[in-house]
Design a protein around this ligand. Structure first.
Ligand code: FAD
Length: 290
């Protein structure tokens, strides 16, 4: 089923993003996380893509669909040549994958700029257009930033290319993580004023640790509100940081749900505990159906 159909229902969808395992050592944790979170009734899930582990993404997406009967979307990036991209898309189609998240991708080496493998595919919008132009019938998602992308000069630049992705054929957008809902509300208001009507799903990350927060804010461009940063600075240990992160994410989700968002997309980093605590709190507050 196309994810955009789920996002058009009156009740918000819940989705989890899993990271494809980079090596065998990550497989067990991932398997346990998928099994645990599958029991918490997500409407759909997605699996990240990296050049070196691309086959694992496709295997995992197919397995989640078959074994758990949950709609699973494969991420795909501009890391491949056009020919290889076509092969991957053909494979996905044969396996019955219905949705693809078309991204540019980040460099494999932190701090380095992304280098495209093919001049036809240099940005997320190119991959969206490529999937459409080649006649594939996937539902297509694309990424957008509620705050400035680290490579962008300003938000106007960011907005222009987000619009291009929708014009190229993206059915829905998922935001990069953010910790202040005002950025999301501003983005949606600006999109609607510009005639962009596709669902814009907020991407949420409960802060897992000080270290992960530093890595993720550097990569995504997300800023941390002063009050959240102060609470993290005062936290006596990493367990307290995690609890603060979960509490902050619950408050963010509650406000987003009250504002009528089409869904909540959780960056799980292959950890189940945070998302479970957040969903349980939201269901307890009757903000989400049980
Ligand atoms: P783009 O849209 O290409 O944007 C990148 C930069 O280029 C931005 O500054 C943008 O403003 C600018 N830009 C865009 N189009 C043009 C243009 N035509 N001309 C000039 N400038 C332009 N990364 C992975 O490697 N694997 C994953 O599985 C993955 N999953 C993700 C899932 C989600 C929901 C999100 C939000 C991000 C994910 N990422 C993933 C990270 C993503 O690849 C990075 O955020 C990347 O830096 C941008 O991807 P994009 O598709 O938005 O790129």
């Amino acid at each position: 089923m196309r994810i955009v159909e789920m996002l058009s229902r009156p009740r918000p969808s819940v989705s989890f993003e899993f990271m494809a395992p980079r090596d065998e050592s990550e497989v067990d944790v991932l398997e346990r996380t998928v099994a645990t979170l599958a029991g918490h009734a997500p409407d759909w899930v997605s699996v990240t893509y990296r050049l070196r582990t691309g086959e694992k993404t496709l295997e995992l997406v197919t397995r989640i669909k078959r074994h758990y009967h949950i709609e699973a979307m494969a991420h795909l990036t501009c890391a491949n040549s056009a020919d290889r991209t076509r092969q991957i898309l053909n494979w996905m189609e044969r396996e019955g994958i219905a949705n693809v998240l078309a991204l540019r991708g980040d460099s494999q080496n932190p701090g380095e700029r992304f280098t495209p493998a093919d001049p036809q595919l240099t940005h997320g919008s190119d991959l969206v257009a490529f999937v459409r132009r080649n006649g594939y019938r996937f539902g297509i998602g694309a990424a957008c930033s509620a705050e400035k992308h680290p490579e962008s000069p300003d938000l106007d630049h960011e907005f222009r290319y987000m619009k291009l992705k929708v014009e190229a054929g993206a059915d829905f957008l998922i935001t990069q993580l953010f910790f202040d809902n005002r950025f999301y509300f501003d983005l949606v208001a600006r999109a609607r004023a510009a005639g962009i009507t596709v669902p814009i799903v907020p991407g949420l990350m409960p802060v897992p640790s000080r270290r992960s927060l530093a890595v993720m804010t550097a990569m995504s461009g997300a800023t941390v509100p002063v009050s959240l940063q102060a609470a993290i600075d005062r936290a006596p240990d990493e367990e307290a940081v995690r609890n603060i992160g979960v509490g902050h994410c619950i408050a963010q989700c509650a406000e987003l749900l009250e504002a009528g968002v089409p869904g909540l997309h959780f960056y799980t980093f292959n950890r189940a505990r945070g998302p479970i605590e957040i969903l349980s709190a939201l269901r307890g507050q009757q903000l989400l159906a049980s």
